[in-house]
Design a protein around this ligand. Sequence first.
Ligand SMILES: CCCCCCCCCCCCCCCC(=O)SCCNC(=O)CCNC(=O)[C@H](O)C(C)(C)COP(=O)(O)OP(=O)(O)OC[C@H]1O[C@@H](n2cnc3c(N)ncnc32)[C@H](O)[C@@H]1OP(=O)(O)O
Length: 190
Amino acid sequence: MTTPSVRRPGPASSRTTPPEGAAAPVATGPDPRHTTERMMDFQGCFGCGADAADGLRVAHRDVTGHEVRTEFTVREAHQGAPGLAHGGLLATAMDETLGSVAWHLGKRCVTGRLETDYLAPVPVGGVLHLRGWCTGVHGRKVYVEGEGRIGGPDGPVAIRAAGLFVEVPEEHFTRDRTAEARPAAAGAEG
Ligand SMILES: CCCCCCCCCCCCCCCC(=O)SCCNC(=O)CCNC(=O)[C@H](O)C(C)(C)COP(=O)(O)OP(=O)(O)OC[C@H]1O[C@@H](n2cnc3c(N)ncnc32)[C@H](O)[C@@H]1OP(=O)(O)O
């Protein structure tokens, strides 16, 4: 008896598929006006920063048009099950890659939605080769898809993703949010 194959429609849902009338991406490169003094040379990013001790240190390798290529070397600190990468961290590496696509379109963006499909486990010590590309732009919304392959750019696909990135004003990164982060006062309704 043959087992019917599982239908995998891919990660892109209606919320990460460009709507009718979306524009084709135009790669202009990151806009230097979008970098604040605090963000300039910031190395604390969990995704790519050199100062984030157990961070992913996703290495940005290449940009061609609106396609970005990165690499993520899975270390012991990134384990979920013994010897295997944690799925949430693979999604983070993908977030880093897809987000970078949006920035290379000259847009100051944050992740609004990220969808992932996991197709194969990624071993500790393995290198995940990630690729992201833009599928369309609609108003403030940037639609991006990507995949991660094990061992090399032509290796087996381990993860696929689709994301929606939303353009934000500079204030998104500069606003003081410390008061919002404090626990609500005891007895306060909310
Ligand atoms: C020189 C420079 C060097 C640069 C060097 C380059 C490398 C640089 C690499 C960076 C790579 C970073 C990669 C990590 C990026 C993070 O990890 S960012 C951190 C995680 N994300 C966040 O914290 C975002 C938190 N969320 C928010 O702040 C707000 O919800 C948002 C996303 C800004 C949207 O809020 P808003 O501005 O009030 O806008 P809103 O009207 O709600 O939404 C705008 C549109 O988006 C849609 N939308 C929003 N959210 C969703 C959703 N979840 N699903 C579907 N639709 C949505 C809305 O429906 C709306 O659509 P339209 O009505 O326009 O058709």
